[in-house]
Design a protein. Structure first.
Length: 559
């Protein structure tokens, strides 16, 4: 490909002309030549880190991406941004940084890209918040670009039983309940994570990776290649070449991330049993793109979309199994044919979603995907609830074999650690409704995920006989009647902050309701007595996020 003036039009403001001699001198200090600077300058925004396996291998992928960019006539320039490992920080104060990091990732990519007048961009993601963070930046910048995902981890194993990070958290609950020994817990810990890649089930990372492909901001068949599969280098090279085509065609995210693309994103999450975090992040995409999109829209899409993927944590299989069964392309093809996905949306390949998935082939004997005509469940896995306890909404992920109705007394905890200690000390009984509040976007701040608590409940055998409600979030690995994203949150005066120990809470998932058995008069009286808590952080990034963030039903973002 021979670069044209149009392909390097943006970067000319930075490196062209006599007045830009100093900028060129700086670039020559890192080995670039006049010829390099005449070519389109392409950002490679990396989220590499040594802190955790998810993003550990991304330097290898960026090297292939840069090779592809050079081969196609561009000059790649790589920079890094932050990432937080949810699996490492879970259950600690550090977990509050996770959702905040999504905003920092988007902001930092925007800042560096705007400052350096790049003509195009490839964003490399892997762990949970790096995927939405990079996509938010791409939408915001609206220059030719794409997102590539580092890939899923291979499953670990013990005694031929597959393992992943959720296995460790649930084993911790089993150990606390005396069901396994410390030695057995250690064996699971040692073998659950065999190498690089993001958590293996249809947890948040793999859910958002799929959404990237389905929305069209990632090419179909690229993200789903497992992290340590040899094909990952091949598809990374392809991604580098592809961004140059996007620059040549001036194909921008605003042409790809449309209302229909957002509807496809939620349909994909619902049909795959994906993470509740998909709700939060898709709402954030909508806000970035200035597209009206609400929880009511999400409810309608999930209600009409069948659950067809038998993926962990509610099912049996992991993302690598889906890849081997026929992949995201087969999953999308079936949903397009049945009218549950829009096939006419544009993708970064220049093809429509229907065209990009038409080649999909089902692997004979695969058991991961169910035919749309005979789904696992007639409606999707994402269930939106509203009622007196959550006037602006709440979210739960259900396969369909869980309790749909639950009524019980509230057990009140004003932070996650207190709830976990109660679970750890066997103070939670069958029938209890665990309420963890002041953990929302403002109150946390940052909406901590509660996987350590929910997995411990499952491990102790209480997953089906208790319910948990929080204004915080859940990991994609959480399963059961665990309800998050309650809005408004406690810290801004939401009803969840007015609850008292023993109040009776009723959830009817079939009717999409979540209520507390208190009169309007009693709630009003309690609200009159309620005082907002002092902020947990008064300066720094956490305080800044708490001041700027929206509520969960609006994406918990800082636009």
């Amino acid at each position: 490909m021979t670069p044209s003036h149009a392909m390097n039009a943006i970067s000319r403001a930075l490196v062209s002309g006599v007045d830009r001699a100093a900028a060129r001198a700086m670039f020559k200090g890192i080995g670039l030549t006049d010829e390099d600077l005449e070519k389109p300058l392409i950002a490679v925004a990396n989220t590499w880190t040594e802190v955790g396996p998810c993003n550990f291998h991304l330097r290898l992928l960026s090297a292939k991406i840069k090779e592809g960019i050079k081969r196609a006539g561009g000059t790649p320039l790589e920079f890094n941004t932050v990432t937080i490992s949810d699996g490492i920080t879970m259950g600690t104060e550090g977990m509050k940084a996770s959702l905040v990091s999504r905003e920092v990732i988007a902001d930092s990519i925007e800042l560096i890209t705007r400052a350096n007048y790049f003509d195009g961009i490839v964003a490399i993601s892997s762990c949970d918040k790096t995927i939405p963070g990079t996509i938010m930046a791409l939408i915001r910048l609206d220059i030719p670009g794409l997102m590539i995902y580092g890939g899923t981890i291979a499953p670990g194993s013990i005694d031929d039983r597959p393992l992943d990070i959720v296995s460790v958290y649930e084993a911790l609950g089993q150990y606390q309940a005396g069901k396994i020994t410390l030695e057995e817990l250690k064996a699971i810990e040692d073998r659950a994570i065999p190498g690089a890649g993001a958590c293996g089930g249809q947890y948040t990372a793999n859910t958002m990776s799929m959404i990237g492909e389905i929305m069209g901001i990632s090419p179909i068949g690229v993200n789903e290649v497992p992290a340590e599969n040899e094909r990952k280098k091949e598809v990374s090279l392809y991604a580098g070449e592809l961004v140059m085509k996007l620059v040549e065609q001036n194909l921008r995210p605003s042409q790809i991330i449309t209302r229909k693309a957002l509807e496809n994103a939620i349909a994909a999450a619902a049909a795959s049993g994906g993470s509740t975090n998909a709700v939060l992040h898709t709402l954030a995409f909508a806000r970035e793109a200035r597209i009206p999109f609400t929880l009511d829209d999400i409810r309608a899409i999930s209600d009409r979309t069948p659950l067809i993927a038998d993926l962990r944590p509610t099912g049996q299989y992991v993302a690598q199994d889906l890849y081997e069964a026929g992949g995201v392309a087969l999953f999308a093809k079936w949903l397009i044919e049945s009218g549950h996905l829009h096939g006419d949306t544009l993708t970064v390949t220049g093809n429509t979603l229907a065209e990009a998935t038409a080649h999909a082939q089902e692997t004979p004997g695969q058991k991961v995907l169910y035919p749309v005509a005979t789904p696992i469940k007639a409606s999707g896995g994402l269930v939106i609830l509203k009622g007196s306890l959550a006037p602006d909404g709440a979210v739960v992920k259900l396969k369909g074999d869980e309790n749909q109705y639950f009524r019980g007394p509230a057990r009140i905890f004003n932070r996650e650690e207190d709830a976990y200690h109660a679970v750890q000390n066997r103070q939670i009984k069958e029938g209890d409704v665990i309420v963890i509040r002041y953990e929302g976007p403002v109150g946390g701040p940052g909406m901590r995920e509660m996987l350590q608590v929910t997995a411990a409940l499952v491990g102790q055998g209480l997953g089906a006989s208790t319910m948990l409600i929080t204004d915080g979030r859940f990991s994609g690995g959480t399963r059961g009647l665990m309800i998050g994203h309650v809005a408004p949150e406690a810290a801004v005066g939401g009803p969840i902050g007015l609850l008292e120990e023993g109040d009776i809470i009723v959830v009817d998932a079939a009717k999409h309701t979540i209520d507390v058995e208190l009169s309007a008069e009693e709630l009003a009286a309690r609200r009159a007595r309620w005082q907002p808590p002092q902020p947990r952080y008064t300066h720094g990034v956490m305080a800044k996020y708490a001041r700027l963030t929206s509520q969960a039903n609006d994406g918990a973002c800082t636009l």
